[in-house]
Design a protein around this ligand. Structure first.
Ligand SMILES: Cc1cc2nc3c(=O)[nH]c(=O)nc-3n(C[C@H](O)[C@H](O)[C@H](O)COP(=O)(O)OP(=O)(O)OC[C@H]3O[C@@H](n4cnc5c(N)ncnc54)[C@H](O)[C@@H]3O)c2cc1C
Length: 323
């Protein structure tokens, strides 16, 4: 119920317009979002790198409705890749195709994202296409295979979500063509005819897909904070003699930092997904929907900080090393 309400609110632009001016909400966002600028995002990546953790940066923003916005987002990604290269960060980028014009035309989207991938190639970097709601699944896979992966096989990868019933087939297809997959459970609300209503099925499918990708896939990204699944990945790697260099664990900025550091200390590769930018509201609401206890957790932290006077309200959504 609360999850559905939060997911509903995540899609309300007017609520965001109201909330963005609100210092309290911006402070809540700062737990999960590195800041609003490229510099703040790179600072967050540098700090993680210093702890042996790799990063991927995501410029927040979902569907754009005109060409100029799509091109502007593309331009910002080029600037971001330049900054990552200048600062020699162990960091790649994640993009959402709807932010690059997918809802306007496939041709525009392919043109803009290809420019980003070409820049990533110049820097020996990598671009991950995030996966959005199921309306976009097939289109994203088609664009990926036909227009992007075919030209830049080493520079672009896709995301598959085990909440969807189709995903084990999609995994086989990705393995067949040698494409890099980030495996996640899926953050969007989907109907039962295409998605598993029971979390146990989502988790079971995750483990099945993970085994396949670890044994036969191309450097998969295992994106989860689920400790049981992470333990299973470690067990499977050891049992099957799969090198810890053949895959990476991926987690979200601000979530389970303890686990991220423990994995690195134990010799596993870890990459953290760092979102940044002004459009942080839908992202924040999805994170809260995943774990409503975060609302109480963050509220408690903010009140504690306010009482101790350790941070002033102008520090809100900018990253300041506080994770
Ligand atoms: C690197 C990365 C990239 C992603 N990319 C995409 C994408 O492209 N498309 C997409 O649909 N989804 C994406 N997701 C989100 C993903 O689909 C899940 O919604 C999210 O990761 C929660 O699922 P979980 O695997 O951690 O397992 P869950 O079963 O949801 O959680 C397992 C445990 O992890 C902890 N946890 C999980 N989420 C949170 C949180 N928000 N705050 C605090 N603790 C938490 C809790 O302790 C929980 O008990 C991505 C996730 C990661 C880590």
């Amino acid at each position: 119920m609360l999850r559905n309400s939060l997911l509903y609110l995540s899609r309300q632009q007017r609520v965001f317009d109201f909330i963005r001016g609100n210092g309290f909400a911006r402070r809540m966002a700062s737990r999960f979002v590195a800041g609003e600028t490229i510099e703040a995002a790179c600072d967050a990546a540098a700090e993680l790198n210093a702890h042996g953790i790799m990063a991927t940066l995501d410029l927040l923003g979902e569907s754009v409705t005109n060409e100029a916005e799509a091109r502007e987002t593309g331009r910002q990604y080029l600037e971001l890749l330049d900054a990552i290269n200048d600062r020699k960060l162990e960091c790649n980028v994640s993009v959402k195709l709807t932010a690059l014009g997918q809802d306007i035309s496939d041709a525009l989207c392919v043109e803009v994202v290809s420019e980003i991938i070409a820049r990533a190639e110049q820097y020996d970097s990598f671009v991950r296409l995030d996966m959005e709601g199921s309306d976009y699944t097939q289109r994203t896979i088609d664009t990926f295979e036909r227009d992007l992966y075919s030209h830049y096989p080493k520079r672009v990868g896709i995301v598959l979500q085990t909440a969807l019933r189709r995903t084990l087939d999609d995994i086989e297809r990705a393995i067949g063509i040698g494409a890099r997959v980030r495996l996640c459970k899926g953050a969007y609300k989907e109907s039962e005819d295409i998605a598993f209503p029971d979390k146990a099925d989502v988790d079971r499918t995750y483990v099945q897909g993970m085994h396949r990708l670890m044994s036969r896939g191309q450097y998969p990204g295992l994106a989860t904070h689920d400790e049981a699944i992470i333990e299973e990945a470690k067990r499977f790697a050891r049992a099957e003699n799969i090198s810890p260099r053949r895959f990476e664990f991926q987690m979200l900025y601000g979530v389970r930092r303890d686990l991220q550091e423990a994995l690195v200390a134990d010799g596993w590769l870890v990459r953290v997904y760092i979102p940044f930018g002004t459009q942080w509201y839908p992202y924040l609401m999805r994170r809260l929907a995943e774990r409503p206890a975060n609302i109480a957790f963050m509220t408690g932290n903010i009140v504690r900080e306010a009482l101790s006077g350790s941070r002033n309200s102008s520090s809100t959504a900018r990253h300041n090393g506080a994770h």
